[in-house]
Design a protein around this ligand. Structure first.
Ligand code: PMP
Length: 305
């Protein structure tokens, strides 16, 4: 990852990829107090476009606000940095990683002289959960790790340190032969995947957990809006793991995971054990949307060139 051509936007300048370095005493490396985003740019019909750029930038700033981290740049600058990171790396499609982190000006939890640094990197990244998973659906298992409690870490923040929990859950799922983890909240209700929101469908109605301990996913919001367009109701509610077992269909949503069908949970087939019809419809609407093939929401696409 660190040895490649290209550039990374680093504190206001484009820096050669190999030179975008930071000190080993970088505060965020030690304690995980940082915020980031995961954004995708697609090779849309009319050119490369970043999907819901403003919404991702807004969430980055909300995450920083929650952590009390002063952002040294305004939103317009961070938007432009993302556009430039895709364009200047000559990418047709990309995954983008904006991140704000504390520097190495001080150590210890009390450090009050820390500078906030911001980077934006962009690289090519295919389907996060594999092409086959997108068509056939993936197999998941309920994690033995509980999702963050709202008063332990801040669930509305996409904060670096929060991802220790995600990685433990994902590692466990992969080691047990599954593709992804389903995390329950501290009360035992379904929260989300390690990096995805979750939806289930039963008798033609879509259900998704409320956002108490799940991230406010931008793909989740996109799905809610697409479902409304085709007249399928989406209800937010607490969901138990056995409701997932008896669902007709289920899928994950996320910028990286896009819309990934779930065919099995805890060794129980969901519905017919393959991608369901409503999931397939929403998945194809989602891809049409990000590729600029739909008339609705042109404001969701920011062309980079
Ligand atoms: N939950 C978690 C924990 C995530 O990391 C992500 C990915 N950002 C999501 C949900 C989905 O969010 P989005 O659709 O905005 O990518």
């Amino acid at each position: 990852m660190d040895d490649r051509d290209g550039v990374i936007w680093f504190d206001g300048e484009m820096v050669p990829w190999r030179e975008a370095r930071t000190h080993v005493l970088t505060h965020t490396l030690h304690y995980g107090m940082g915020v980031f985003e995961g954004v995708r740019a697609y090779n849309a019909d009319k050119g490369t476009a970043i999907f819901r750029l403003q919404d991702h930038t807004d969430r980055l700033f909300r995450s920083a606000h929650i952590l009390n981290m002063p952002m040294p740049y305004d939103k317009a600058t961070i938007n432009e940095a993302q556009r430039a990171a895709v364009a200047e790396n000559g990418l047709e499609s990309a995954y983008l990683r904006p991140m704000a982190f504390y520097g190495s000006e001080g150590m210890g939890l009390r450090a009050d002289n820390l500078k906030v640094h911001v980077i934006v990197a962009a690289w090519s990244w295919g389907s996060y959960l594999g092409k086959e998973g997108m068509e056939k659906g993936i197999r998941i298992r309920t994690s033995s790790y509980t999702r963050h409690h709202v008063n332990i870490t801040m669930c509305k923040a996409k904060a670096n340190g929060n991802y220790m929990n995600s990685m433990l859950a994902l590692q466990e799922a992969l080691a047990c032969g599954y593709d992804e983890a389903m995390l329950l909240d501290n009360e035992g209700y379904v929260a989300e995947g390690s990096g995805e929101n979750i939806f289930i469908i039963r008798n033609g109605v879509i259900y998704t957990p409320d956002l108490t301990s799940a991230l406010e996913g931008i793909t989740r919001d996109t799905i809610v809006q697409l479902a409304a367009e085709i007249g399928v109701e989406v209800r937010e509610k607490r969901i138990t793991r056995d409701e997932v077992y008896i669902a007709d269909e289920a899928f994950f949503s996320g910028t990286a995971a896009e819309v990934t069908p779930i065919r099995e949970v805890d060794n129980r087939a969901i519905g017919e054990g393959r991608r369901g019809p409503i999931t397939e419809r929403l998945q194809s609407m989602y891809f049409d949307q990000v590729l600029g093939r739909r008339d609705s929401h042109p404001e969701w696409l920011t062309y980079v060139r």
